[in-house]
Design a protein around this ligand. Structure first.
Ligand code: ATP
Ligand code: MG
Length: 263
């Protein structure tokens, strides 16, 4: 089983979109995926559990905070993601499960004080359920959530970058997060990829060249094109692999997933 966090200290770079679409490609390939939403915005939860078949009610259902405090186990908290596949009418379950996020995650001190440790419980749950992948969505920068994620959940990091200079400037801060994580655990940095790339734009090409100076760490062969169909996937609650047969973004997410499988 692989446990990968999508990390960037910057907001809005495509972390949630990345998990959603990589999970979709993995599910199409037949892998069983558990997505854990550690972001207080709960964007991944709301997208993954958008279909009413998922039977998720944020007002009364358990979420990650209940797991953190010991109020609920993973088994009682997990929800199934239902997607309508291309050419199909009815939503179906395709091996993606979700541990919903919580607004309470923003209360750093509360999280720190009430967190009981989940490493062993998660490992047992994941083994019993037969997950091949755990994918974690993180907020842009929260010390306590990073600590929990890299101490008890994930041991690999992948980092989406958007094409702006702040993204490149934030690289050192990102590596600080990676290095702090490494002090706690064997955490492997899988790589950095461009998550909204427009090859016609000069700045995008400039940023790509800048990132090439990071060497092997930069997945330079694969860029996710900046296109509206990716934004539609979020609105429709369907990963691109279940939304469109022919699309450069689908192909890019398939290639990115293959690269993750190789690294
Ligand atoms: N390839 C793409 N092409 C066009 N738009 C994209 C693409 N990838 C992501 N976006 C859009 O960029 C915005 C930010 O993406 P997303 O929410 O995934 O970022 P994030 O890093 O998770 O943000 P946050 O830090 O707020 O959680 C969204 O509106 C999303 O639809
Ligand atoms: Mg997000």
């Amino acid at each position: 089983m692989r446990k990968i966090a999508f990390v960037n200290i910057k907001g809005g770079v495509g972390k949630t979109t990345g998990i959603f679409n990589v999970a979709g490609v993995l599910a199409k390939k037949g892998y069983k995926v558990l997505c854990i939403d550690l972001d207080r915005q709960c964007n991944l939860t709301n997208t993954m559990l958008a279909n009413s078949e998922s039977d998720y009610n944020p007002k009364c259902d358990k979420n990650i905070m209940d797991v953190f405090t010991g109020g609920s186990g993973f088994g009682e908290t997990v929800k199934r993601n239902y997607i309508v596949d291309i050419g199909k009418r009815k939503p179906a379950y395709f091996n993606i499960d979700v541990i919903p996020g919580s607004k309470e995650l923003k209360r750093n001190e509360y999280v720190r004080k009430s967190y009981i440790g989940i490493k062993d419980k998660l490992n047992k749950f994941a083994k019993d359920e037969g997950y091949d992948f755990i994918l974690c969505d993180l907020p842009a920068n929260s010390e306590i959530i990073n600590e929990i994620c890299f101490g008890d959940i994930c041991d690999e990091i992948i980092s989406p970058f958007s094409t702006d200079v702040y993204s490149v400037e934030g690289y050192e801060e990102l590596m600080d997060v990676v290095n702090i994580a490494r002090e706690k655990n064997e955490v492997k940095m899988l790589g950095i990829y461009l998550s909204k790339y427009d090859k016609r734009v000069g700045l995008d090409n400039f940023i790509k060249e800048e990132l090439e100076s990071f060497g092997q760490l930069f997945i330079k062969e694969i860029q996710i094109p900046a296109k509206t169909d990716i934004r539609e996937t979020i609105t429709m609650g369907k990963p691109i692999s279940f939304y469109k047969n022919q699309s450069s973004t689908r192909e890019a997410y398939e290639r990115l997933t293959d690269e993750i499988l190789k690294r």
